[in-house]
Design a protein around this ligand. Structure first.
Ligand code: FPP
Length: 248
């Protein structure tokens, strides 16, 4: 595959998380309804899932709907839910054919019943896949996730099933929606804003962040490869000095 040739296969990010921003602006700049931007965004989702799989990225998380997105106009929310349902229904066979395992992070219980069922079915049907983990963030909010984990552990302590000293970074991470997944190495944000918007705040501690002005519907496989190539050129120090990392 020509576009992946420039990548060092030994230094691929193990988990890429994407804030797919700019759908609304993409549509509005063309005189279209915002929902048309989200519709175009679904095509980019298909393109980038395929690229991630072909490049050999183990985990791809897509921020598809935040806990704050419920505050958007009802027509936009219901339009997004319909797009999501159609996507899940139309992609199930392709996910199975391509060994993709679907996961979800967020408050699934807040999703409309029909979508929750479609989602649960796709998650169950793809559970045995061993290739790309496609992790959709739906009704997801990172603070809510962290508070939920803290509450669970407090309840276990009160019930005498957990000692406070057993609360460690590792055990805490095991109570987050992302339990069992590696932390994201690379977070890509399209649409040019410089913020995390309540996305993977705990998990992003050492993530490299790549921001592009390109709106999500215009984001291409080439842009995705370029983001990974940029990641591969960065020196990740995890608190150490550059010399330590280089073994000097
Ligand atoms: C942010 O753009 C994007 C969203 C809130 C929704 C993202 C959804 C999709 C790409 C489609 C559905 C997803 C899947 C997985 C099928 P924005 O609307 O905030 O853009 P703006 O900042 O330009 O207004």
């Amino acid at each position: 595959m020509s576009t992946s040739l420039e990548l060092d296969e030994k230094k691929l990010p193990q988990h890429i998380a994407i804030i797919m921003d700019g759908n609304g602006r993409w549509a509005q700049s063309r005189g279209l309804m915002r929902l048309m931007g989200h519709k175009a965004g679904v095509k980019t989702v298909q393109l980038i899932v395929k690229a991630a799989r072909e490049i050999g990225i183990p985990v791809l998380t897509l921020y598809a709907f935040s806990s704050e997105n419920w505050k958007r106009p009802a027509t936009e929310v219901s339009g997004l839910m319909t797009l999501l349902k159609n996507y899940l229904e139309s992609e199930l066979i392709s996910m199975l054919d391509n060994n993709i395992r679907l996961r979800c992070i967020g408050r699934k219980e807040n999703l409309p019943g029909e979508i929750r069922e479609t989602l649960e079915t796709s998650i169950a049907r793809t559970a045995a896949s061993t290739g790309l983990v496609l992790n959709l963030a739906l009704s997801y909010g990172s603070r809510d996730e962290i508070v939920g984990a803290a509450r669970e552990m407090a309840e276990l302590c009160l019930a005498g099933k957990l000692r406070p000293e057993e609360i460690t970074e590792q055990s805490f991470a095991g109570r987050l929606y992302t339990a069992g997944l590696p932390d994201p190495d690379l977070i890509i944000r399209t649409g040019g804003e410089f913020r995390l918007s309540n996305f993977l705040l705990w998990q992003a501690s050492y993530a490299e962040i790549f921001i592009t002005e390109t709106h999500w519907p215009d984001f291409t496989r080439k842009d995705f490869v370029a983001a990974i190539a940029t990641f591969q050129k960065r020196q990740r120090r995890f608190g150490k000095t550059g010399d330590q990392v280089n073994g000097n």
